[in-house]
Design a protein around this ligand. Structure first.
Ligand SMILES: [Zn+2]
Length: 346
């Protein structure tokens, strides 16, 4: 289901883009900013499709197109590419010669990539009425690539629209930013993200709520958590943390060893433990505000026996361990010392 309709809760960017399209007066370049995984690239592709669609769906009837489910709010579908014409199909399959995508090669977008792009833009578009040069992750343009791009933006080729996506405008050369119309994409609101995960992956509402709360408003983050069985990993960590006070020191240190073996995941584990302890505090005052809603019964039980002071001490110990590990202190020693703090009773 490509098109604007596949975006989750990005009403304002869609409104700005469809207004630009309706006015027929497109800027030469856009800069889409916002965190990873909220639909910047999807919006860029939808816009390229809409600008070249042979059968653009306009007005309230856009909603009645059979490619758009009736559940989609009307404001999302005032203008939609049809998804079925020759141009739309080529864009969807990635085979449109005038929709040119540049993505980082490793850590950077290199000058050769931008030179190759610019040499294509010297020629006339093959078939599109509006050609699109879409640069994903423009914060990764190296300085030389940025300056080469700037030269092209200063004398923009005809019938061509640039779309740059980036985390924030401050990561891009100000001279580039000043030539773009900036559109900010907001993190996806919690409720929308929860509903999306529930519907797309068939999760139960409480589990979807826990994932949405941890995903920081990012769809791709929530999706990768769902696909990698994040709930199971979380359950394992919480079980271990809850068991620490009743365990021998050797078993406590075994948990620290297990955590140390997956450094990539370590900071996620810290977040999980902090949120768990936070939930136990929060349950005492505003139970409806807990994050791990699917574990309400366990949180309730722990909350009865825990004191706020002991929970805060533990949360502070985790924060200190995070800082120490980031500043390269000995990983095992830091984790061992943290486990000893966490193994003290509530
Ligand atoms: Zn179309």
């Amino acid at each position: 289901m490509p098109g604007f309709v596949s975006l989750v809760d990005q009403k304002r960017p869609v409104r700005l883009l469809t207004a630009a399209l309706s006015s027929g007066n497109l800027p030469h370049a856009f800069l889409f900013t916002g965190i990873e995984g909220i639909g910047k690239k999807t919006a860029a592709m939808a816009f390229a499709m809409a600008c070249n669609c042979f059968n653009l769906q306009k007005g309230p009837q856009a909603k009645q197109s059979d490619s758009i489910p009736a559940s989609v709010p009307a404001e999302f579908s005032q203008i939609e590419p049809c998804g079925r014409c020759r141009s739309c199909k080529k864009i969807i399959s990635g085979n449109h010669p005038d929709i040119i995508l540049v993505t980082p090669a490793g850590a950077m977008i290199k000058v050769d990539q931008i030179r190759a792009l610019c040499s294509k833009l010297v020629l006339k578009p093959y078939e599109a009425s509006k050609r699109f040069a879409i640069i994903i992750g423009a914060q990764k343009l190296n300085p030389e690539a940025g300056n080469t791009l700037l030269k092209t933006l200063e004398e923009p080729p005809e019938h061509t629209v640039f779309i740059l996506t980036a985390l924030q405008a401050s990561d891009i050369l100000p001279t580039i930013v000043s030539r773009c119309q900036q559109i900010r994409f907001n993190p996806i609101p919690l409720n929308s993200l929860q509903t999306y995960i529930e519907n797309a992956y068939g999760l139960d509402p409480a589990e979807a709520s826990a994932i949405a709360s941890m995903a920081g408003g990012s769809i791709t983050c929530a999706e990768s958590m769902t696909k990698s069985n994040w709930i199971d990993k979380r359950d394992w960590i919480i079980e271990e943390v809850e068991a620490l006070p009743s365990r021998s020191i050797n078993l406590c240190l075994a948990f620290s060893e297990a955590l140390s073996k997956n450094r990539e995941w370590l900071f996620t584990a810290f977040e999980i433990i902090k949120n768990w302890l936070r939930d136990i505090v929060v349950y005492k005052y505003i139970p409806e505000k807990i994050i791990n809603k699917d574990l309400t019964e366990q949180i309730k039980a722990s909350s009865k026996k825990a004191t706020v002071n002991s929970l805060i001490l533990k949360i502070k110990a985790i924060e200190k361990a995070e800082r120490d590990i980031k500043s390269n202190s000995n990983l095992r020693l830091t984790l061992d010392s943290l486990m000893i703090t966490l193994s003290k009773g509530y």
